[in-house]
Design a protein around this ligand. Structure first.
Ligand SMILES: [Fe+2]
Length: 451
């Protein structure tokens, strides 16, 4: 068994290194507090396999004295220096490797394993778990899976057992999934080798259902909502893949189709608003319908424009995929009063800009969709929100989308809080120069009056 001397004054780091070197390199750690102690030990035990030494402990340069001792005594023991090496000392590069981040225990363990002759391949295999989590909700849109599905049971600290719950190819009843969801189970587990294929599998199943013309509107809304949440999660986490691009495209076209097939806007919005689906999805689908309705009433009933709006609606709030409550903040005052932590505050403040950056990576995204997303809260750079003192001018399509967003905010707030909806003009007046929006407001009012 390999022996490794570790000089580390942070107990947590020392524990992590001890545990991981044992697991991944079957090595025993001998902790020492300073260079003098290491040198004492080396005099007795010159055959240790590796020394890991933090650069500075209590203002003392630990590795320097150790390296000097090794050179003077011609001991061929590799050293890993943890922390930034400021000064140059002779002979060091032949003996020592540096890991500059003192908290990066994974990198230290990797470097140590390499030095101890553990192959990179076997290390990767050991370090990455055999099972990967898949959100439980993903299974609501499937009827069977192409691989075995497990639940994870905790046996002790850091020790888990995986128990098979759904067999490959087996048709499972939805009750099984619902039961776990109701118990608060967030993830099922699948073998790591199926991870990528699993997303493709779920996406393909959803795309098939979305294209099924025999499915009624209510059920379609549920499928779209499910697909929307999976697409956003996967795209936000992993970027675009052919499966998620196809899923996003199918949902966008389904949203446009619902608008085309249902000539009256109000009953459709009513169905979506009352569906038991997530806030982000309802907001996106409603924005797409309202913008399309405005376009139609303005005599701009063009396929490409409906598509542009639907894509903007789809991606505008992707940054809130982990916390859709944040999407309910739609004014600068609400953000100021929110008492959010710094991370969430920044996320809300920059979400339009972030979404625009993401959509730019989508090949074949409609022209200008990134600009429309950036402008959707009334700022040119996608940061913050329009305010009374900051009324800017925007391209026409951005203005249409802004009106749709504000109108949707008001409808959803009406549903959630039960407060009386205010006239859209009054809401817009507070933040925008409405003289530039007259035709758009008129087009929207025409729809509202008609239904
Ligand atoms: Fe937004």
């Amino acid at each position: 068994m390999a022996q490794v001397i570790v000089v580390e004054d942070n107990q947590t780091m020392l524990d992590l290194l001890t545990l991981n070197l044992k697991t991944f390199a079957s090595a025993d750690v001998i902790p020492r507090e300073n260079a003098a102690e290491v040198i004492d030990l080396l005099s007795l035990l010159p055959s240790v396999d590796l020394i890991i030494a933090k650069n500075y402990i209590k203002n003392q340069n630990v590795p320097h004295a150790i390296v000097d001792f090794l050179i003077d005594n011609r001991l061929d023991i590799p050293v890993i220096i943890v922390g930034d090496v400021q000064e140059d000392y002779p002979g060091i590069e032949e003996i020592a490797t540096t890991v500059s981040d003192t908290k990066d225990w994974e990198e230290i363990v990797k470097t140590a394993c390499k030095s101890l002759g553990v192959s990179e391949e076997s290390l990767t295999k050991k370090m990455s778990p055999d099972f990967v989590p898949v959100p439980t909700r993903y299974f609501l849109s499937l009827e069977s899976t192409f691989c075995d599905v497990y639940i994870r049971i905790k046996k002790g600290p850091g020790d888990y057992q995986f128990v098979k719950r759904i067999h490959q190819g087996e048709k499972y009843p939805m009750d099984v999934v619902n039961k776990y969801i109701n118990q608060g189970l967030k993830h099922f587990y699948i073998a790591k080798e199926y991870e990528e294929n699993f997303t493709n599998f779920v996406s393909n199943q959803l795309v098939e259902k979305l294209n099924d013309k025999s499915i009624k509107l209510d059920e379609k809304i549920d499928i779209m909502a499910e697909g929307y949440s999976i697409a956003l999660q996967e795209i936000y986490k992993m970027g675009f893949t052919s499966a998620t691009v196809q899923l996003a495209e199918s949902i966008v076209h389904s949203m446009i189709d619902t608008f085309k097939v249902n000539p009256e806007m109000s009953p459709l919005l009513f169905k979506i608003i009352n569906s038991k689906t997530g806030y982000l999805y309802r907001h996106a689908h409603m924005c797409s319908i309202v913008s399309s309705e405005i376009l139609k009433n303005m005599g701009r009933d063009k396929k490409e424009l409906h598509e542009t709006m639907a894509y903007a609606a789809f991606f505008k709030d992707i940054a809130f995929v982990e916390n859709e409550e944040l999407a309910k903040i739609s004014t600068f005052n609400a953000l100021e009063e929110s008492e959010l932590d710094e991370f969430s505050w920044d996320l809300v403040f920059n979400h339009a800009q972030e979404a625009a950056n993401i959509v730019r990576k989508l090949e074949d995204a409609p022209l200008d969709v990134d600009t429309i997303i950036k402008n959707h809260h009334g700022t040119t750079n996608g940061r913050g929100f329009a305010t009374e003192n900051n009324k800017t001018d925007f391209p026409k399509l951005s203005l249409i989308f802004i009106v749709a967003v504000e109108f949707t905010n008001e409808l959803l707030a009406f549903k959630e809080l039960g407060r009386k909806p205010r006239p859209i003009v009054d809401i817009l007046k507070e933040k925008y120069d409405v003289s530039k929006m007259k035709d758009i407001i008129h087009a929207l009012e025409k729809t509202i009056k008609n239904s």
